[in-house]
Each structure stands twice: as C-alpha cells, then as structure tokens.
Design a protein around this ligand. Structure first.
Ligand code: AN7
Length: 361
C-alpha cells in the first residue's frame, strides 16, 4: 500500500499503542480529524484568544468512539473473540457495530429504549448489530453488559475496556502535533467520562516525551440533569436533551476527577438551554453541525469565558465528539429555520427571496 496513504490511528501511532507487528489491525481509517480555527465563534462569544474545534464527527461512523473501537476490536480479535457487547447512548453502538462488521464478529448492543438519536440507531441496524432496547437507562444497561461479559465469551467494548482509552488518547496526540504544543484549555463533554480520561492520558504521555511544554487545563462539562460528578452523587434518573451524555453514574468518575485535579481544570455542568444555544451558534457562525451532546464543550467554553476563567491570548480546543447528522430530529426541532413553500414559479420564488434582508454576523 502507498506509504503516504493514511491508514488509521493504530498504524499512525503504533509505537504508543499496545500492538505488535502481528496484531491484526481492524481499521476504518479513523482519526486524523480536522482541527478547525473558529474565529467567528470566538468573536461572537467575546473571547480574545484562539479557539479551535476538533471535529470528531469526521470519523468513519461519525463520532470519537471510532478511535477507541479500532483498538478494542483489534485487541478482541487478536485475543480470539468471536463476539463483542456494549451498552450505549448511541455512538458506541454505532462504532461497535461497524468495527464488528469489519472484523466479522457478532455484535450485541444494549440501548435505552426511546433515548437514542435516530441516526445512531439506523447505523447499528445497517452494520448488522443485534440490538436490545431495554426499558431503562444507560447506567442500568452498562451494569448488565458488564455482568454478561464476565460470565460468557463476549468481550466488553465500553470504555471500561482499557484498549478503548488507548485508542482515544490519540486525539490529544493529533492536537499537540497540529498546534505544535498542548492548548491552554481543553473543553470536552463528559458522559461516562472515558474520553476526558483518554485525552488526559494522551496529553500526559506526550508531555512526558517532551512533545509539549505543559498540560492543558481539562475542562469537562456534564449536562445539568445528569451531573453526577458535579453534584458528587449518582443520578438515578438522568435527564437531558443531549441523549449522548444522559448518564448518571460515570464509569470513569475517579479518573475524570484526577484529570481535573492534576491539570487545575474543572468539571462543571451546562443546562439544556446552554447546550442548544451553543449547538446553534456553532452551526450558524462556523458552518459546523455537531450533535447536542458535543455542544456541551462549546457551552462550557461560553460559561467559562463568562466566569472570567479564560486568559487573554490563550488557546482553547473544544472537542466536537459527534456529527450533527446523527440527530436530525434535534436539528429540525431547535433550528429557527423556516422552510418557505412556493409554487414552482419564478415570480413566486422571487417574491420569497427578499434582498433587502442582509446577512448579519
Ligand atoms: C457525542 O455512545 O456513552 O464521557 O454509549 O456520544 O467518554 O462517555 C457516548 C458518549 C460525548 C461522552 N459526546 O463521552 C455511548 C456514550 C458524544 C457521545 C460523549 C458521548 P464519555
């Protein structure tokens, strides 16, 4: 194969990952996602500094989960697994289903019935996963798949599987390589807290290798109705419009607190209204549609800026964890757009196109 042909994050970062030359790499060429300078957004928020958006929606199944899943499925196959299982608010199930299809193993996914975005469900169905929708939430589904994987020959591929974290830490490597150093602030949504754990591991490893001069402050944001870490207690009935992070008992709770404390960062929460505002602002100012759960990172940036936490001339990176196309229902529900219907008639159409209206920013 062409030497310059990008072949996924395991091949790119194999020296930092637990693989050997004999490991059968299961890849969809994930990773290498765009880091987009968001000057319009920064200006709109009032930030005097650099803001970048890491668009993880550009991964093959449309979310950051692909980074973890390429490693988890690769290692499962290396270890002889014939089946994998996960609990999911949607994106993990889509990624597990896709990498499982590529590997030729059976894939079982447990999802909370009625609480996963349509795009994610359609992906799991098309990739051929065996889908079980439970009358319960993600936390209950996770407890069950942990139990099932303990007692049967099915490999668990949720982020409690350490290979998931290994794959996902490569996001931090890419950011350091793109910027030439770590950013000052790293904004990230927090659900099960695997991703904040993974990014901090990546930042710590490259810092130890002197590829960066400092660690970024890790700024994690839960949804207010699911803010277990912020409130210091398990939330039995988490609620938020951001179904991706509708999680009340984060599995990597302690590791998230460790990342916060060692980096002098924060774990805070944002309301559904703040999430929706950020969701719309990104799309309208930057042309970037990320899903509501991802918008928690930008909502966090706005909140932190309002509290005076962002130093002038600093660099912030927000992780946009999932593609907005995953959740067309939310896009249609929360956009202010009006679809104007007319006859297929030039005069009628020209009446609708009102050139006295200017685009404002
Ligand atoms: C778009 O798919 O937990 O804090 O089962 O889909 O590492 O859990 C998804 C989580 C952020 C939170 N943004 O990441 C699942 C699942 C999006 C997500 C998160 C998720 P973690």
């Amino acid at each position: 194969m062409e030497k310059n042909h990008y072949q996924g994050l395991i091949n790119k970062y194999r020296q930092y990952l637990p693989v050997t030359d004999k490991t059968p790499v299961i890849t969809l060429n994930e990773g290498n996602t765009p880091l987009i300078k968001a000057d319009n957004l920064a200006k709109k928020i009032g930030i005097k500094g650099n803001v970048y958006l890491k668009y993880e929606g550009a991964n093959p199944t449309g979310s950051f989960k692909d980074r973890g899943m390429t490693m988890a499925v690769t290692k499962a196959v290396e270890d002889g697994a014939k089946a994998i299982i996960c609990a999911s608010t949607g994106n993990t199930s889509a990624a597990a289903a896709a990498y499982g299809a590529k590997a030729g193993v059976r894939v079982f996914v447990l999802i909370p019935d009625g609480y996963i975005a349509l795009g994610k469900l359609s992906q799991a169905m098309m990739y051929g996963a065996e889908i079980i929708a439970i009358q319960g939430n993600f936390d209950e589904a996770l407890e069950m798949v942990i139990e099932i994987s303990k007692n049967s020959p099915i490999t668990l591929v949720n982020s409690v599987n350490p290979y998931r974290i290994e794959g996902q830490k490569t996001g931090a490597f890419e950011i350091i390589e793109a910027l030439g150093d770590a950013p000052d602030y790293h904004f990230i949504p927090v659900g099960n807290a695997g991703n904040i754990t993974a990014y901090f591991k990546g930042y710590e490893e490259f810092y130890a290798l002197k590829k960066s001069s400092h660690l970024p402050k890790m700024m994690g944001y839960e949804a207010q109705g699911a803010a277990a870490i912020v409130r210091g207690e398990r939330i039995l009935h988490p609620e938020t419009i951001a179904t991706a992070i509708r999680i009340g008992n984060p599995a990597s709770w302690k590791q998230a607190e460790r990342a916060r404390d060692l980096s002098n960062g924060t774990i805070d929460c944002v309301t559904d209204d703040e999430i929706i505002e950020a969701y719309k602002l990104m799309a309208s100012t930057e042309g970037i549609l990320a899903e509501p759960g991802s918008a928690a990172s930008v909502a966090g940036l706005i909140k932190a800026h309002k509290s005076g936490l962002i130093k002038e001339n600093s660099t912030s990176v927000c992780i946009l964890t999932g593609n907005g196309l995953k959740d067309p229902d939310s896009a249609i529900k929360y956009s202010n757009a009006e679809v104007k219907k007319t006859k297929a008639d030039l005069h009628e159409i020209l009446k609708v196109i009102d050139l006295s209206e200017k685009i404002s920013r």
